[in-house]
Design a protein around this ligand. Structure first.
Ligand code: GRF
Length: 216
């Protein structure tokens, strides 16, 4: 079966991109990254993509007079490349309703908290300050509201009394790197359906809508 063509949009380090690149190398993995777009020239993730022989593009938002024209350029590049699924991987720009609608149910994001808790930035610090005992990461389809949309998969990590934002971020990141390839695989296998804004995963052993925890 043809592999699903995916693109990653990045702004920086690209460690989640690397996790996806590594997964795509596994025999039988049902998706291939064929395009990486960065909105920041020199983003470290671009090097990772180049090393893996993946086509890269820099579409610098500062070169455009507004969000719409910036997103039009990205949209055109994605369509030209025949992209079927767009993965935001540390992409630090909010996208407009228009872009979300054009990629409805084909645009996913990873966020380092258990959504809907702790949307936005500095989430590890805020989780520690709030005194929650667990945090984690979430992969979700994008919707026009920030960090919202049907949840595909989550992984939980405990918070220790000794944690600071950096130690917690590192523990969550290790799970992000397992979760993103898992979610993309489920989508590429055609097993993920959105019904009334909730995700159903065909053939998952866990009951519908529950956490798929890579720690299991
Ligand atoms: C990750 O923590 C991701 O959840 C968040 O931004 C960070 C990106 O890290 N959206 P990287 O660029 O993938 O290393």
């Amino acid at each position: 079966m043809a592999k699903m063509k995916i693109a990653a949009l990045i702004s920086g380090r690209g460690s989640n991109l690397q996790a996806l690149i590594d997964a795509c190398k596994e025999p039988g993995y049902p998706a291939a990254i064929t395009l990486v777009i960065a909105n920041v020239p020199g983003a470290m993730g671009l090097e990772r993509a180049e090393l893996a022989g993946i086509r890269t593009m820099v579409i610098d938002h500062r070169q455009f007079d507004g969000r719409e024209s910036f997103e039009d350029a990205m949209h055109e590049a994605l369509v030209d490349a025949g992209i079927e699924l767009v993965c935001l991987a540390g992409f630090m720009r909010l996208v407009t309703d228009g872009f979300v609608r054009r990629w409805w149910d084909r645009l996913i994001n990873i966020h380092p908290s258990l959504l809907p808790a702790f949307k936005g930035l500095d989430v590890q610090e805020r989780a520690i300050e709030a005194g929650v005992r667990f945090s984690g990461c979430t992969i979700h389809f994008l919707r026009p509201e920030m960090d919202a949309g049907p949840i595909i998969a989550q992984a939980v990590v405990p918070i220790d009394a000794a944690d600071n934002a950096d130690t917690l971020a590192a523990r969550i990141l290790a799970q992000e790197h397992r979760l993103y390839p898992l979610a993309v695989r489920l989508i590429a296998e055609g097993r993920v359906r959105v019904v009334e804004e909730r995700v159903h995963i065909d053939g998952a052993t866990a009951p519908e809508g529950t956490l798929i925890n890579p720690l299991d």
